[in-house]
Design a protein around this ligand. Structure first.
Ligand SMILES: [Zn+2]
Ligand SMILES: [Zn+2]
Length: 267
């Protein structure tokens, strides 16, 4: 029974868990879905919702505003997309090495503009989520959540990857915007360089702080030594002063005694 449940988990046969949410991390029924959307408490993958401004949606909005035609300037759209991708990649890389960064090309309301980022380490994903959720990007507040997607092969639309998805932008499987491989490689290099630089800077700062702390400690110790020496010296001088005083006192005493003696002698 348990084996059967494990086999059908997140598939069409599973009547409890939503297969779309399980595989793609997004379901068109959202909270109204009759099946469970089990949100993970931790995941190496985060989803930044609707953060990419899809050019088709932008053109539609413009068309609605101007009553003109919805035309997408493909060249401009590609350039903007590459800039966006670079931005996201470098920002997210600050939290750790990225295993995959995918931008959705889907047009459905439940997927449009989604960005998936899978980190090598789960803790890095948690750091990124905490830092980015609620922050603004391009004038919009980012909504970030852990995604159940860890295997993009399950989430991606195979037909789209082969260039033949009949459902187009409204397909419910992930249409990953294609990218030139050379861009990803150069971004990985940049990110690695940046991370190393940040690490070096942090190490330098730590070293400097350590040095400053040591210096401060030495200063305090020297100050203490000086105080101690001062105290010792003042004690010594007090002792020597009191010593000479007692000596003078005893001397005067002996003098008075001798004087009294002479007095008595003279009597
Ligand atoms: Zn669902
Ligand atoms: Zn598709």
């Amino acid at each position: 029974m348990a084996k059967h449940l494990a086999r059908i988990h997140g598939t069409e046969e599973d009547k409890v868990n939503c297969p779309f949410y399980f595989k793609i991390g997004a379901c068109r029924h959202a909270d109204r879905c009759s099946r469970l959307h089990h949100r993970p408490a931790f995941s190496p993958t985060i989803l930044i919702k609707h953060v990419y401004r899809h050019p088709v949606r932008l053109a539609e909005l413009k068309q609605a505003a101007t009553a003109g035609e919805a035309i997408v300037d493909r060249e401009k759209a590609l350039e903007e997309f590459l800039c966006f991708y670079e931005d996201m990649f470098l920002e997210l890389s600050k939290y750790g090495p990225i295993e995959a960064l995918h931008v959705c090309d889907n047009l459905g309301d439940h997927m449009i503009g989604h960005v998936y980022c899978k980190f090598m380490e789960e803790e890095d994903a948690a750091d990124a989520l905490q830092a980015m959720n609620g922050r603004f990007y391009d004038g919009r507040k980012m909504e970030v959540e852990f995604s159940p997607v860890t295997d993009f092969r399950e989430a991606r639309c195979r037909d789209f990857d082969e260039g033949s998805c009949a459902r187009g932008g409204y397909c419910n499987f992930l249409h990953v915007k294609p990218l030139p491989m050379c861009l990803i490689r150069s971004l990985e290099d940049d990110a690695q360089y940046d991370r190393r630089r940040v690490d070096d800077e942090r190490r330098d700062k730590e070293r400097e702080e350590k040095r400053a702390r040591k210096k401060e400690k030495r200063k305090r110790r020297d100050g203490r030594d000086r105080d101690r020496d001062d105290r010792r010296r003042s004690r010594k001088s007090r002792r020597s002063r009191s010593g000479s005083r007692s000596r003078t006192r005893s001397r005067s005493r002996s003098r008075s005694r001798s004087r009294s003696g002479s007095y008595s002698g003279s009597d």
